[in-house]
Design a protein around this ligand. Structure first.
Ligand code: PHE
Ligand code: NA
Length: 502
């Protein structure tokens, strides 16, 4: 006999939780710059093609495996075929690594929401971020456990919030927080976009984003970028959507839900592009420079460009609270989805109840996350781990799963029938072509291209010492696969959820 795994109350709860996972930092700080750099307005074409031919099809694959085989990633993959269990553990380990550093970004965003009130960075956002994070940079990077107190406190707060939500369970914790946070995020972001649209220079920003460069469509790199953005943005092949689908009732319309999630995520992404580029247009005008000079993404966009905009714009405090508050909400609902992949696996493996499973996972995770990332090496560590876990974790895991499912196990027809059983949106042969053909080709190509790029670069990644990149990049990424295979060889206790019929 084993403890209850938990469940979503229904389709709406599931859809909100899935949107909560999908809508994250990728929408806010990744999409706008990717679109700008890859054809601007013309990017919409490869982007939509990628959404329809890979994003949504792989989302359906995740749903089908999790729902048909009803389990966390390792349990579902093991039920699929005994030997595919390692893919599940691989996804769990990837989730674990991401959770470690995602909490740091959330901690920064939380602090910056507060800093927005008095624009504490003054007129030097760049210098302030350096002082605030005390981050080691370039060749100075080394193993350091010098704690940065402001970051430490904020990280502890983030982890406490995560633990509370996770302990409340699938419905009362995960779904309930997404049902509150996602609409709130939308309202805050719409206000932010409207405010940004009325800033002087906003229109030039939008012009820069949307002016199509049709020639870019001939560049294969643009297409790879579109697929990369879609894979990351929809959180496919992370084990997240698989885990969430396992909490759905047997009779659920999976494909209809998937379409809602896919289009909601992309809709929000476009909204983010409008908001971010209006603000960047203003910044360029205020500084009298070309837009090109102010476009950045990631940490630089959020913690250096935006604070600068906030200082220069009228009613900056409002913009700041809306922007950083949005980052916190979007990031938090993604973080809990990542942590759930790990909790669900441990819960299934040991047949644990919700609260003990939460504590067994989150306490060690929180301690390691805080110990490693609230230090002066936090930022470089995040930088390297994020690069490798994305490029070699997720892309490789997605590639392996599509090939295994399609060609080794030949399981796609069964999964298609499962999806069609209750689905309002019928899946036909095109789905097999996307999952078994297009997705592996694109994933494989991007894996090869990024490997060539990393190995032939003149400098080490971000100028960090070679050993640092080797240990926390390559070794970490390869280590995950080895550990995953090891974990898949460990027998499941008789009290585990694997032997439970529900
Ligand atoms: N899909 C999220 C986004 O677009 C990112 C994410 C990554 C979410 C990993 C969960 C896990 O930002
Ligand atoms: Na997203």
């Amino acid at each position: 006999r084993s403890a209850d795994r938990g469940a979503f109350s229904g389709r709406t709860a599931f859809i909100f939780a899935a949107i909560g996972s999908a809508v994250g930092l990728g929408n806010i700080w990744r999409f706008p710059a990717v679109a700008y750099e890859n054809g601007g307005g013309a990017f919409i074409l490869p982007y939509l093609v990628a959404l329809l031919t890979a994003g949504i099809p792989l989302l359906f694959l995740d749903y089908a495996i999790g729902h048909r085989w009803r389990g966390s990633a390792p349990a579902a993959w093991r039920r699929f075929r005994r030997w595919t269990e390692f893919i599940g553990w691989w996804q769990v380990l990837i989730a674990l690594i991401i959770a470690l550093y995602y909490a740091l970004i959330l901690a920064w965003a939380t602090n910056y929401t507060i800093f927005s009130f008095d624009q504490r960075w003054g007129d030097d956002a760049d210098g302030f971020f350096g002082e605030y994070t005390q981050a080691l940079g370039g060749a100075d990077v080394t193993i350091s456990f010098d704690v940065v107190p402001a970051v430490l406190i904020s990280m502890i707060v983030v982890w406490l919030a995560v633990i509370i939500v996770m302990a409340l369970g699938v419905q009362k914790g995960i779904a309930a927080s997404s049902i509150v946070f996602i609409p709130l995020l939308l309202v805050m972001f719409v206000i932010l976009v409207v405010r940004a649209l009325f800033l002087p220079g906003a229109i030039d920003g939008l012009d820069a984003l949307f002016t199509p460069n049709w020639g870019a469509l001939l560049d294969p790199a643009v297409w790879i970028a579109a697929y990369g953005q879609i894979f990351f943005s929809l959180s496919v092949a992370f084990g997240i959507m698989l885990t969430y689908a396992s909490y759905l009732k047997k009779k659920t319309d999976l494909t209809g839900s998937g379409l809602v999630v896919g289009f909601a995520n992309s809709g929000f992404e476009i909204l983010c592009g409008i908001g971010v580029f209006s603000a960047l247009g203003f910044m360029a005008q205020a500084q009298g420079v070309a837009i090109d000079e102010v476009v950045t993404d990631g940490v630089g966009l959020a913690f250096i460009a935006f604070p600068t905009i906030i200082s220069e714009a009228p009613a900056g405090a409002l913009i700041g609270v809306l922007f950083f508050g949005s980052l916190v909400l979007a990031g938090f609902t993604s973080l809990i989805s990542i942590v759930e992949v790990v909790i669900a696996a441990i819960q299934d493996k040991f047949g644990l109840a919700r609260v003990p499973a939460t504590l067994w996972v989150c306490l060690p995770l929180a301690v390691v996350s805080v110990a490693l990332f609230s230090t002066t090496m936090g930022l470089p560590l995040l930088d390297v781990m994020d690069k490798w876990v994305n490029e070699y974790g997720i892309v490789a895991a997605a590639l392996v799963s599509t090939i295994v499912v399609t060609y080794v196990v030949r399981g796609l027809p069964t999964l298609r029938d499962h999806l069609n059983h209750q689905g309002t949106f019928r899946i036909r042969t095109w789905w097999l072509v996307c999952v078994g053909g297009i997705a592996p080709i694109v994933l494989g190509t991007s894996l090869v291209l990024s490997t060539i790029e990393l190995l032939t670069a003149d400098d080490t990644y971000s100028g960090y010492p070679g050993w640092f990149v080797f240990v926390f990049g390559w070794l970490m990424a390869i280590g995950l696969v080895v550990i995953a295979i090891g974990l898949s060889l460990i027998p499941w206790p008789t009290g585990s959820n694997l032997f439970k019929d529900d």
